[in-house]
Design a protein around this ligand. Sequence first.
Ligand SMILES: C[S@@+](CC[C@H](N)C(=O)[O-])C[C@H]1O[C@@H](n2cnc3c(N)ncnc32)[C@H](O)[C@@H]1O
Length: 203
Amino acid sequence: MVSLKRLSGVMEHPTAYRLWQSPFASAKFAPVLRHNDLSRVRRVLDVGCGPGTNAAFFANTDYVGLDINESYVRTARRRHGREFITADACTYEAPPDDRFDFILLNSLLHHIDTANVERILRQLHDQLTDDGHIHVLELVLPDKNGLPRLLAKSDRGDFPRALDQWRELFAAAFDELVFEPYTVGRLGIAFFEMVYFKGKARR
Ligand SMILES: C[S@@+](CC[C@H](N)C(=O)[O-])C[C@H]1O[C@@H](n2cnc3c(N)ncnc32)[C@H](O)[C@@H]1O
């Protein structure tokens, strides 16, 4: 497990990360497409955007990606020519009145400790337009032993959480519209247990 975790440091390199993620990227994002009509989205904030994994879904939408990894951000800019900011989501101060109707966190929060998750979600709450939604895709730590639990425990992110812990964190900040657990796999093998949360701001 320790050596798997050490190996995951290689993923800091954008090409290594894209190669590892590419078989799973569509399946991870699938619940967002199932529950939303992206052609109606006006302005997207993609927090923890990586090397621009999800940017192509928003090709015709105003889009801002944010990530702490400068090398991911450089790759994302080169590939997509969109607005990408290098920043730490834990300390980032959003410009006043900067609002989005679609805020996406795809696999960010399992990298973040609980106090900072609470802080980030509070700030993003205030960045949603009145008709906007937050969309969170997260890695679940299953109870039962098996590949999804092993991969969650050996992930670069130190904070994969059980389903009920995710639900509690999301519900503390947003009104829940969707909370949908799902499995991401290949060739009939389950690799990751995930959850999709869609919420709206409490006003
Ligand atoms: C598992 S990757 C997901 C990347 C992308 N969202 C995707 O769907 O492929 C987690 C991302 O969160 C970023 N990240 C981790 N901690 C962060 C922080 N404190 N602030 C901003 N980004 C962070 C990492 O650099 C990485 O790109």
